[in-house]
Structures are given as structure tokens and as C-alpha cells.
Design a protein around this ligand. Structure first.
Ligand SMILES: Nc1ncnc2c1ncn2[C@@H]1O[C@H](COP(=O)(O)OP(=O)(O)OP(=O)(O)O)[C@@H](O)[C@H]1O
Ligand code: SF4
Ligand SMILES: [Mg+2]
Length: 307
């Protein structure tokens, strides 16, 4: 359904151009649940926003294509794009409060989306679908009058208003406590199944990726370093970065901290971009950048695995 090919995206600063995505390939099939895993700054949100061409002004497409049902989103007119946004592909943004208008009641904001997509649903139906009870009161509330969990449910209602086929959820629960997180994730899982949606779920939380997705892309410094079935990748990682991510995931309340500095995309190292932090680094890694290749039913980008 969705196929991203060799996508390169950059931002401009002081007349210079820095690549955020350095050639990403990703595909999402019908009813497929796909996870994107990686630490802060690896380009997850940029990838999500690229799919709907919602990039900030100083960020631009450099090359590649994003095919939705065979048509390149990057070549669509604004009008064609409007139909895809929300109507075919819905998105829940990473920062829900900044995507709502603080001066407009929730009901009115959802109403606008419903009208835009000539939605088959009413605002009340959408709010009930996402598990909200006192619907009339919520419709008449301003965003600041609602709790974080309620806001996230409203964001989900907005994303579903156009009856999309693909739902992109970018770290939908980072601002919530553990109890609310579980509620929202269960709701997301239930709705994806009920509505036969394809899901792109973005997170740095391994547990959530495992719970919600069948396929996973592990990203590092603007590229995919490992891709495969979620349970296989997370139980027997091939890439050292995936391995370290799994080891640093909190177990029994103990966190093993992940060593090394996070990537600075304005000063990327030569060779494999992970080499300054890699426990298996060897001489070639410092000058040769590995390519993604197929191994054991998995794609991996590592010279050690090529040997
Ligand atoms: N408009 C912009 N201007 C300058 N730099 C940007 C811009 N957008 C993104 N970047 C940089 O690109 C990198 C990737 O950003 P992105 O938001 O895609 O990462 P992310 O993986 O979603 O991180 P997080 O987990 O923190 O949300 C970061 O280093 C970020 O600072
Ligand atoms: S290419 Fe080398 S540095 Fe990079 S992940 Fe593989 S072993 Fe580590
Ligand atoms: Mg992000």
C-alpha cells in the first residue's frame, strides 16, 4: 500500500544542507502493523511527516519517492494531497497540544475535520469510538480543560475522522503516565483490528513496538539498520545497535544505560555511523559505510554481518 524508496530529506541552516534521512526504504501492506524504533534524533518524526508532506519550512525533500497505492505522494498537487491527508492516511502527532488550537472548543475542531473529509461519522460518534464518555461536555471544552489522556483520545478521533486506511502514530503516549499509556495503547490496538487499519507505530519503547507491531524497522542516524519480523528482530537481533537497544531496555526496574553520545547529524562520523558506540567495531567500520543486505530473512546494515 505504501512504499518509500531511498528517501532523502534535509534541513537547511546557515546556507548549509544537512541530511536527516539519508536513504530510507520502508513498505507497509494492507492491514500490516509496522513499528519504527530508534533513539531520539534518528529521524522517526521526519519520516512520519514526510509521508504526508508536512515538513517544516526549512526541511526539504532531496530525492526518493513515497508511493501510496502506486502514486508518488511527492508529485501530487495540493488538492490531491488534501484527500490523502486524513482521508487515506491519518496521523497522531508527537506533540498533541501543539497540533490543537488552544482557543477553539474540541467539538468545533473535530467538526472541521469531519466536514473537510465529508466524514461518515459525527463528532459524537468519533468521541465514543475512542472511549470518551461525557461526550457533550468534552465537545464544549477547550484543550486546556482536558487531561492528557483525553487529549490523546481526541487526537485519535481526529486521525480517524476521515476513515483512513493507514494510521501513523508518532510516540502517542510519551506524555502520559504508565496507566494511561496502557489504556491508549490497548485502544489503539483494538481500533486497528476493528477497522482493518494498517499501522505505522513510532516509538523508542521496545515493549510497545512488540505489543503492537508485526514488522519493525530499526533506525539509526537517518537510515534503517535492521528490518524484519518484530518478534524475530527483538529476540535475536543481528545489528549491534538493535542488540544494545534491547540490552538497555529496562528489565526488572533496572536500566542499563546505553553508552556513547547520541548522533549529531551535523558532524556524522565516517564509515559506519554507529562505529563510535559499537561494541564490535573493527578497522573497516571506520571508513566503509555498510549497505543494507538480506540475511536470514532479515535486512541488516553491518559489516560484521557481511563477513
Ligand atoms: N526543522 C528542523 N530544523 C533543524 N533540524 C531539524 C529539523 N527537524 C528535525 N531536525 C533534526 O533532525 C534530527 C531528526 O529529527 P526527528 O524529529 O525526525 O527525530 P526523532 O527520531 O523523531 O526524535 P525524537 O525521538 O526525539 O522525537 C534531529 O537531530 C533534529 O534536531
Ligand atoms: S559495521 Fe562495524 S561499527 Fe557498524 S554496526 Fe557493524 S560491527 Fe558495528
Ligand atoms: Mg520524533
Amino acid at each position: 500500500m505504501l512504499e518509500i524508496r531511498n528517501l532523502k530529506v534535509a534541513y537547511k541552516r546557515d546556507g548549509k544542507r544537512y541530511l536527516i534521512l539519508r536513504g530510507v526504504d520502508l513498505s507497509v501492506g494492507e492491514n500490516e502493523t509496522v513499528g519504527i524504533l530508534g533513539e531520539s534524533g534518528c529521524g522517526k518524526s521526519t519520516l512520519a511527516l514526510s509521508i504526508l508532506r508536512l515538513l517544516k519550512r526549512n526541511v526539504e525533500f532531496v530525492s526518493g519517492s513515497i508511493l501510496y497505492k502506486g502514486e508518488d505522494i511527492l508529485r501530487l498537487s495540493e488538492e490531491e494531497l488534501r484527500k490523502i491527508r486524513g482521508g487515506e492516511i491519518g496521523i497522531i502527532f508527537q506533540h498533541p497540544f501543539s497540533s490543537l488550537n488552544p482557543c477553539m472548543k474540541i467539538g468545533k475542531q473535530i467538526e472541521e475535520v469531519v466536514r473537510l473529509h465529508s466524514s461518515v461519522y459525527t463528532v459524537s460518534e468519533l468521541l465514543k469510538t475512542v472511549g470518551l464518555k461525557d461526550v457533550e461536555k468534552i465537545k464544549n471544552s477547550y484543550p486546556h480543560e482536558l487531561s492528557g489522556g483525553m487529549i490523546q483520545r481526541c487526537m485519535l478521533a481526529i486521525a480517524l475522522a476521515g476513515d483512513p486506511e493507514i494510521l501513523i502514530a508518532d510516540e502517542p503516549t510519551t506524555a502520559l503516565d504508565k496507566m494511561l499509556e496502557k489504556e491508549i495503547i490497548d485502544l489503539l490496538k483494538e481500533l486497528v483490528m476493528k477497522k482493518n487499519l494498517s499501522l505505522i507505530f513510532i516509538s523508542h519503547n521496545l515493549g510497545l513496538i512488540k505489543y503492537l507491531t508485526k514488522k519493525v524497522y530499526v533506525m539509526y542516524a537517518g537510515v534503517v539498520v535492521e528490518e524484519g519480523k518484530t518478534d524475530e528482530v527483538l529476540s535475536s537481533p543481528l545489528h549491534p545497535y538493535t542488540e544494545v537497544l534491547i540490552e538497555s531496555y529496562p528489565k526488572k526496574g533496572r536500566i542499563k544505560y546505553f553508552e556513547g553520545d547520541v548522533v549529531d547529524i551535523e558532524n556524522l562520523p565516517g564509515g559506519c555511523k554507529f562505529h563510535p558506540r559499537c561494541p564490535y567495531v573493527f578497522e573497516d567500520c571506520k571508513w566503509k559505510e555498510p549497505k543494507l543486505f538480506l540475511k536470514n530473512n532479515r535486512f541488516v546494515r553491518c559489516l560484521r554481518q557481511e563477513k
